[in-house]
Structure formats: structure tokens, C-alpha cells
Design a protein around this ligand. Structure first.
Ligand code: NAI
Length: 258
């Protein structure tokens, strides 16, 4: 239960994949500001080091972990090394992901399908499996948050690979929650809507006109900042959400409510 810390994240050891950029980066900053020790795992190791430096200069603690989440053995080794170094793993934000091909199903290259599912779905499986293997050894259990998307709960036309992978993340999340709830391991998904990050800027938000069009289909009529996802994730990782598990929570300005 709540131990009196502001968000009850104080001294928790939390693993964040895709922590170098966008939503992951904002969450790294938020968790560190709340007193967690954050492991910034990313393929972009220089950017991850920059994220760690930012945390450190703000008075927090963090470390870099160079990692490709699609590599099962590397993920298992990374999580084991963190547990070995710190004695436990309290939380994880499995957030690394890539955009998929923008094409209808008939035009999707099978190699692109394979890459998107390898990172966005199998990558999350690799992390969840390694994290649960550690958390199951701890009486304190743990809290896992996976990044799905609005594409994890509704169709996003011309993005079938991405949408299928994100629906898969929701199914994996619910199954993990049911299988390991009795071990005090909570597993939830966050389903961001349109968020202003480098990924968004490189596709749906590539021009002002496109951004206006996207904002226009959101009930709140705007694109969100990555900090608005970080706030939700920090709560889901904290003891303040102690009875929340198996949930796929949209943070989308009302997009999936229509
Ligand atoms: P981003 O591109 O700014 O950040 C993604 C990070 O993941 C990058 O630092 C990248 O290096 C890392 N990454 C990619 N593949 C990796 C791999 N195989 N192993 C390790 N690290 C890897 O993107 P953004 O927008 O912050 O996305 C984060 C997550 O949020 C993704 O899962 C994305 O699908 C999801 N999302 C984003 C939305 C948006 O509008 N920006 C909306 C809904 C979901």
C-alpha cells in the first residue's frame, strides 16, 4: 500500500524500454523526479545516455542499458543483470516501439509485418517474461505497464501491422495479469492517443496541416504532450494503483470514446 512517498515510487527500481525518446523519455524524467532509480533501456544508446545525464543533473538517479527488445536473450540478460545489481525489480514500462508501414493490407510487405510484430509485440513479450521471472521471486511482486495504443483497442486503417501488434499487447497484458495476479504482480497497458513525439512527427504529424487534421478527430481537439502519458504511467507503476490490473487504459483525449 501507499508508503507515504509522493507517488510511492521512492527508491523503486524501474526498467523503461524506449526510454531515450518521446513517451519513454518523459516517463523516465517523471519517475526519477518521484524518486525512482530508472534503467533507461534503448537501442539508441547515445540518446539514452543523454536521458540519464538529464536525470542526474536534476538530482535523480538512472543508468543506461543498451538493448534491442526484439532480442529475447539480450532482454533476459539485461533484466537479470538489473536484478543482480539492485537485488530486485519493482517496476517496468515496456514502451519501445516503432511505427509500421502506412499501407492497406494488400500492400503490406511481409518483411515489414515481421519487423513491426517483432518489436511491438514479441519485444513486449520478451520483456514481460523476463520481468515476471524476476518479480515472482520477490514477495513485493511488481508493477508492469505495457505501451499499447488506441490502435490496441480500435482499428487504425492503413496500419494493420501496428494495430495487430498493439491488440496483441493488450491480450498479452490481460493474460499476464490473470496468470500472475496471485503473485502480487500487476500488469496493465496504457493506450496513448496522438502524442507529440519524434515518432508522431515522422508520420501522422509530419506537417501542420496533418496535425490539424489529427487534432480535429480528437474530442479534446488537440494532440497531447508525452508528459501527459508519463503522468498516467507513473500512477500505474506506483502503489497508489494497488488494485489496478489487467486494464488497457486509453489516455487519448476521448478518441476511443466515440
Ligand atoms: P519515439 O520514436 O519517440 O520513441 C521510441 C523509442 O523506442 C526510441 O528511443 C527508440 O530508439 C526505441 N526503440 C525502438 N525500437 C527499439 C528496440 N527494438 N529496442 C529498444 N528500443 C527501441 O516514439 P514514441 O512516440 O515515444 O513511442 C513510444 C511508444 O508509444 C511506442 O510503443 C509507440 O507505438 C507508442 N505510441 C505512440 C503514440 C504517439 O502518438 N506518439 C500513440 C500511441 C502509442
Amino acid at each position: 500500500m501507499c508508503d507515504g512517498g509522493e507517488m510511492s515510487l521512492h527508491d523503486k527500481v524501474i526498467f523503461v524500454t524506449g526510454g531515450a525518446s518521446g513517451i519513454g523519455r518523459a516517463t523516465v524524467n517523471r519517475l526519477a523526479a518521484d524518486g525512482a532509480h530508472v534503467v533507461v533501456a534503448d537501442m539508441q544508446v547515445e540518446l539514452a545516455a543523454e536521458a540519464v545525464a538529464q536525470v542526474t543533473s536534476a538530482g535523480g538517479t538512472a543508468q543506461v542499458c543498451e538493448l534491442d527488445v526484439a532480442d529475447h536473450g539480450a532482454v533476459a540478460a539485461a533484466v537479470a543483470a538489473i536484478a543482480n545489481e539492485h537485488g530486485r525489480l519493482d517496476g517496468a514500462f515496456n514502451n519501445a516501439g516503432i511505427g509500421g508501414p502506412t499501407a492497406k493490407i494488400l500492400d503490406i510487405d511481409p518483411a515489414e509485418w515481421a519487423r513491426v510484430t517483432a518489436v511491438n509485440l514479441t519485444g513486449v513479450f520478451n520483456c514481460v517474461q523476463a520481468e515476471i521471472a524476476q518479480m515472482i521471486t520477490q514477495e513485493s511482486g511488481g508493477s508492469i505497464v505495457n505501451t499499447a495504443s488506441i490502435g490496441g483497442v480500435v482499428a487504425l486503417p492503413r496500419a494493420a501491422a501496428y494495430t495487430a501488434a498493439k491488440h496483441g499487447v493488450v491480450g498479452l497484458t490481460r493474460t499476464a495479469a490473470v496468470e500472475y495476479g496471485s503473485r502480487n504482480i500487476r500488469v496493465n497497458a496504457v493506450c496513448p492517443g496522438f502524442i507529440d513525439t519524434p515518432m508522431f512527427a515522422s508520420n501522422a504529424g509530419a506537417s501542420d496541416e496533418m496535425r490539424d487534421r489529427v487534432a480535429g478527430v480528437v474530442p479534446m481537439r488537440r494532440i497531447a504532450g508525452p508528459e501527459e502519458i508519463a503522468d498516467a504511467v507513473a500512477w500505474m507503476l506506483s502503489d497508489q494503483s494497488s488494485y489496478l490490473t489487467g486494464v488497457a487504459m486509453p489516455v487519448d483525449g476521448g478518441f476511443t470514446a466515440r
